[in-house]
Design a protein around this ligand. Sequence first.
Ligand code: ZN
Ligand code: FE
Length: 241
Amino acid sequence: MPLIVRQFPCLSDNYGFLARDEATGLTACIDTPDAGAILKELDTLGWSLSLILNTHWHRDHAGGNAEVKAATGATIVGPAEVEKIAPVDRKVADGDVVDLGETRLQVIGTGGHTLGHVTYFDAADEIAFVGDTLFSLGCGRLFEGTAEQMWASLSKLAALPDDTAVYCAHEYTAANARFALSVDDAPALRARAEEVFAARGRGEPTVPTTIAREKATNPFLRAGDAAAFAAVRAAKDVFQG
Ligand code: ZN
Ligand code: FE
């Protein structure tokens, strides 16, 4: 049975995600951008929480861990770096597997934005929770890692199945589209950008995206190698859209 994903906005531009294993009803939240919003969503749905899955240690991803755990008793799973701001019950790294009922989530090391950043990938359902590594038409800033590390991480994500639903942690897509149009003339990009501007105009989310769409339109994935990626990333860091 599938994994059901419930997505809701948190803070100014984060998304919160609840993922429920349909077979068992076991539920995880991916990151804790806003404890209040997550607890309210659980309450609305009548779901109880088993796991908190952190992608990285930043406050808008793990800052609600203590409050959500206190309210739900959920087990906190995440990379060791999360201990910088909160205790972790089970530390995970690349190659580990986290079971949520019948759903198997592969832990993929996707460092670069932070050194220990991880992605959770459900191969059976083709669902990936990528945190701040890959955004629609963009990617995370290099706060801790090198361009080489981030390029390797993005390449791992690009190798996932084309139809994989990619749950990015922020709604940055319109700003990313403005930058993408300034550096990339991919045929699919203009159409995607128009779609994004229209969706945002209607107040609709542009997340999740897919691996196929990002491979066709995302200037960071399309860079081709680490050096070219570094140049695109540097240009984005100073872009005044
Ligand atoms: Zn972050
Ligand atoms: Fe973030």
